[in-house]
Write a protein that binds this ligand. Sequence first.
Ligand code: SAM
Length: 228
Amino acid sequence: MSTLYIVATPIGNLEDISPRALETLRAVDLVVCEDTRVTKKLLKHYGITTLTESYHARSSPAKIEKIVNYMKEGKDIALVSDAGTPAISDPGALLVSRATEALGEHLLVVPIPGPSAVTAALSASGLPASEFLFLGFLPHKKGRAKLFSEITASMRTVVFYESPHRILKTLGSLAEALSPVRRVVIARELTKIFEEVVSGSPAAVASFFMDNPDKVRGEFVVMVSGAR
Ligand code: SAM
């Protein structure tokens, strides 16, 4: 029997981690992470010396097999991502699915909940969040126009992740596509030094970032109010 713990880690501020998450990272045989340098920084901060192994979007099937074999040997593993909750718009979901298939009833999958950019951003947005549509990262080309039509038509609050390289283009497209009564909220660099939440009409938020190129940096969550 092996246990695979899915451990949420901070999205910026290293203090945002639960005592249970730290206890788990200390107790397991191996911590599987995206970038070992990022995770080792967190482990070092808390004096944790557990071995790490990388697993990321470009990992080979042989790497997944290697990690699954540790579990077959009965080793307990903690899966973490670079930030936030593993498997939410990162490669963790594939590993969980492969491990579940391969070990069946010999594997226990245990989530250790904590930070996630999507919930942190929504909680500070002031937008209705009893229901919402989460789109992860928007595609760069194929399917992008269709998703913009979906965002325009959505009655629910829409949330997605965006990179600093594409945020201006995306805000420009939202300003073109959405009615001025819709609200756009940007949560940037949450829990970090330059944390900010910017909200307004689609055109106002697009202009704000166009006029402040020093703020077109870091990590972004984009939220759009539903059509009413
Ligand atoms: N699994 C992670 C989670 O639960 O938060 C998300 C992983 S996804 C690969 C990374 C994206 O999350 C970033 O590109 C950014 O859009 C968003 N993100 C992560 N940390 C953030 C932060 N501190 N502030 C705003 N957005 C953040």
